[in-house]
Design a protein around this ligand. Sequence first.
Ligand SMILES: *[C@@H]1O[C@H](CO)[C@@H](O)[C@H](O)[C@H]1NC(C)=O
Ligand SMILES: *[C@@H]1O[C@H](CO)[C@@H](O)[C@H](O)[C@H]1NC(C)=O
Ligand SMILES: *[C@@H]1O[C@H](CO)[C@@H](O)[C@H](O)[C@H]1NC(C)=O
Ligand SMILES: *[C@@H]1O[C@H](CO)[C@@H](O)[C@H](O)[C@H]1NC(C)=O
Length: 279
Amino acid sequence: MDLEDIYQNVERRDIEDTTGPRTLNHSQDEGRNEKRRGSRCLVLMTVCLGIICVVLLVSIILQHISNTAERESLFKSNKNTVKEFNQTINSLQDNYTELMTEKDQLKNNFSSLSQKKLELETRVNDLTAEKKQLQGSVDSLNQKKLELESKVTSLSEEVKLKGCKEGLFFISSESKNWSESRQYCRDRGTDLVIIDTEEKQRHITSFLKESVWIGLSDTENEGNMKWVDNSPLKQGFWFKGEPNNDGNEDCIELDPEKDPVNNWNDLPCSEKRKGICEN
Ligand SMILES: *[C@@H]1O[C@H](CO)[C@@H](O)[C@H](O)[C@H]1NC(C)=O
Ligand SMILES: *[C@@H]1O[C@H](CO)[C@@H](O)[C@H](O)[C@H]1NC(C)=O
Ligand SMILES: *[C@@H]1O[C@H](CO)[C@@H](O)[C@H](O)[C@H]1NC(C)=O
Ligand SMILES: *[C@@H]1O[C@H](CO)[C@@H](O)[C@H](O)[C@H]1NC(C)=O
């Protein structure tokens, strides 16, 4: 009900009242008027209170609505943050699991590599020991070789010495010119052979396999053959047509392939032959 309506209603009642029985006296009228004024005031106050109540209610409702909206938006953003956190945590968990797996693998690999390292170390040690052993063997073999070599040398020296003592012959090791082959014999305390009998000539020829220098030459005086001990040649065992001094042939070889006895030949002294030495 509107304020205006209330007021009008009150007025109307007043009018109805005046149109009612007019038998009331003047003092009764005055009391009624005062009563009417008081109730009007009461109505006004009531209305005012009502309005204030309504305004308060409205403001309370508005505040509540705005609070709810704020809370809702806050809740929403919180929810998003939680979601993000959850994602990060999940990803961290995944990464952790992955890293643990990798760690296990690395552990396995490390232990297998350690095992391998140990094996290799053992092998290296074995091989080192073997190497040492082999080195020792090589050393002892070298020692033995040296011993054998010196034995061979001393034996061959012995044989040579024996040969010299018993008037035996030996042949130089390399083909050289006449004077060098003679030097080979002289270096060993002997000289190129002197052949003064047919028996000796046959004997020497029998064991020779190649032609050799003998101790005969006419270097000093062409046509005047001399032995290395400066004695003159008495009996020669020349091959047919020799000596012919074909060019300048001053040194004499014995060639076993030519003949069992008559097999001497003159050659240039620079030719290379082995020499036959005799003590
Ligand atoms: C977090 O993520 C896991 C797995 O993706 C899911 O099961 C869980 O419900 C999530 N929690 C929240 C609060 O989103
Ligand atoms: C997990 O690992 C991936 C790649 O390895 C990386 O890109 C990501 O940032 C990591 N996650 C976190 C939360 O660190
Ligand atoms: C472990 O070793 C295996 C093969 O031996 C290899 O394939 C793997 O990549 C290794 N793991 C790591 C983490 O290095
Ligand atoms: C023999 O050889 C030596 C060394 O090569 C040399 O000095 C000498 O002149 C040579 N003698 C002859 C006659 O060729």
